[in-house]
Design a protein around this ligand. Structure first.
Ligand SMILES: Nc1ncnc2c1ncn2[C@@H]1O[C@H](COP(=O)(O)OP(=O)(O)OP(=O)(O)O)[C@@H](O)[C@H]1O
Ligand SMILES: [Mg+2]
Length: 304
């Protein structure tokens, strides 16, 4: 859905933005989240909305195509029965790239499941995790019912969900990975735009396909979600969460063991640390040596 509001504002915002110092811009904004490929802003003076900025595109066409895929993706997520926040988007011509701004209704901090995980009792947390497993299962059922004509991916991690008025909301929609008749609709090279050019071959060769495939596989999505409890320092919940996940796994799929979750966590941690490390190197080379503007906003050290 595209709305005709505040395009001019975003054009000026983009013009004035220094991705390294968004708070010092003429249009000050706070970074409230760091995606792997997007950065998430709350712009001062615009209340109730947040903006995910994707500076990925060489042409307007490329950005439009991505936006159309985004439309298809959120439409089908909704069809599958998942609740999403209200949204709209704008394509803006930036200095070096075309930029897609995906706007979403702002979710209150205390409604984010990741925060709830640290404010709720264990019992409440397990209930919340079970609700998330149920939502993820809806995607699996949707894909089965559509006989893979259309197949949706989902990144089920706790950090991608919120609860508003007892209802789960999924908001990590900015990477529309889905297949039509078994053909991936996302051009993976676009995702690689956010990685250091010199090392793309390495990511392409060893990680990219794996990372993209995992979001289509309910078993791996569950493993990913449970393994994330290590990172969230909620190790005590893992065994009970696994029971919940295994109950919701379709019958023909092998149950998940704790061992697998541990192994997965170690490997995943390695992949993302490498990825982020490479991007930091890239930022350094770009800023200090090539003196080009670095387009991406990187998080500081992440505790894992
Ligand atoms: N609509 C929203 N309202 C409030 N905060 C949000 C909203 N969307 C995202 N955030 C914050 O930003 C963080 C990252 O958002 P999101 O999950 O959409 O991106 P990501 O996982 O980092 O993205 P990417 O798909 O680019 O890798 C969230 O964990 C949350 O803290
Ligand atoms: Mg996310």
């Amino acid at each position: 859905m595209e709305k005709k509001i505040s395009k001019d504002y975003l054009v000026n915002f983009e013009k004035e933005l220094d991705p390294q110092n968004p708070e010092n811009s003429k249009f000050p904004a706070k970074v409230i989240g760091y995606g792997e490929i997007s950065s998430i802003f709350k712009i001062d003076g615009i209340s109730g909305w947040i903006y995910k900025r994707l500076p990925l595109f060489e042409s307007k066409d490329q950005a439009r195509k991505y936006a159309n895929s985004y439309d298809d993706y959120v439409l089908n997520l909704r069809k599958s029965g998942i609740n999403l926040p209200e949204d709209f988007y704008k394509v803006i011509e930036g200095k070096n790239k075309f930029v897609l701004y995906l706007a979403q209704k702002e979710i209150l901090k205390e409604d984010l499941c990741q925060n709830k995980l640290h404010s709720q009792t264990d019992e409440q947390n397990l209930k919340m995790l079970k609700k998330i497993f149920i939502e993820i299962r809806k995607i699996y059922d949707f894909n089965q019912n559509n006989k893979r004509k259309i197949e949706l991916s989902i990144d089920g991690q706790v950090s991608n969900w919120a609860i508003e008025k007892e209802e789960l909301l999924y908001f990590d929609t900015s990477t529309p990975l889905f297949k039509i008749n078994n053909v991936e609709q996302m051009n993976p090279e676009l995702l690689l735009n956010s990685t250091p050019a010199a090392l793309r071959w390495l990511i392409r060769a060893f990680f990219l396909q794996d990372v993209m495939d995992r979001y289509y596989n309910i078993r791996l999505v569950y493993i990913d979600l449970v393994a994330n409890l290590f990172k969230e320092q909620k190790v005590d919940l893992i065994d009970s969460a696994l029971v919940g996940a295994n109950i919701l796994l379709p019958e023909n799929i092998e149950k998940i063991t704790r061992k697998e979750v541990e192994k997965y966590y170690k490997e995943d941690k390695f992949i993302w640390q490498l990825f982020l490390g490479l991007r930091r190197t890239d930022r350094w080379v770009t800023n200090k040596i090539l003196r080009k503007q670095y387009e991406y906003i990187l998080p500081g050290k992440i505790k894992r």
